[in-house]
Each structure stands twice: as structure tokens, then as C-alpha cells.
Design a protein around this ligand. Structure first.
Ligand SMILES: [Zn+2]
Length: 66
């Protein structure tokens, strides 16, 4: 295992408490060392949406022209 999961009660992004039974996502945070933080689904400590957009664009660019 590359590190212990952090036992968190609050979201690392917005700081709000997790609702009991709510789904959380683990996110890798590189902060000198690699840590794992819990976040609400959709809350991200980095711009995941932007990464997806870039990946989409790359896919479109590299798609062979028919
Ligand atoms: Zn949150």
C-alpha cells in the first residue's frame, strides 16, 4: 500500500462535514509527500474537469481523419 487512507470527517476541499453514509472519494495529494485525502464526489483539490477537457481535446486531435 502506498500510504494509509486518511480518516477524515470533513472534505479536504470545502471543509464541510461528510453526511453519514455519504459517498466520498479519495484523492491523491502531492504535497512534498503523497497523501490521500477524502473529498466529496465532484469536489477536487485539482482541476479534474479541466484535465478531462484536455484529454478530450487530445483525443480529438489524435483521432485519425476519416
Ligand atoms: Zn466538499
Amino acid at each position: 500500500m502506498a500510504g494509509a487512507a486518511v480518516r477524515q470527517r470533513t472534505c479536504a476541499v470545502c471543509g464541510a462535514e461528510f453526511a453519514p453514509g455519504a459517498r466520498t472519494e479519495m484523492e491523491v495529494l502531492h504535497d512534498g509527500e503523497v497523501r490521500y485525502v477524502a473529498v466529496h464526489p465532484g469536489h477536487s483539490t485539482y482541476a479534474r474537469a479541466r484535465e478531462n477537457t484536455v484529454a478530450d481535446r487530445l483525443r480529438r486531435i489524435t483521432r485519425p481523419a476519416a
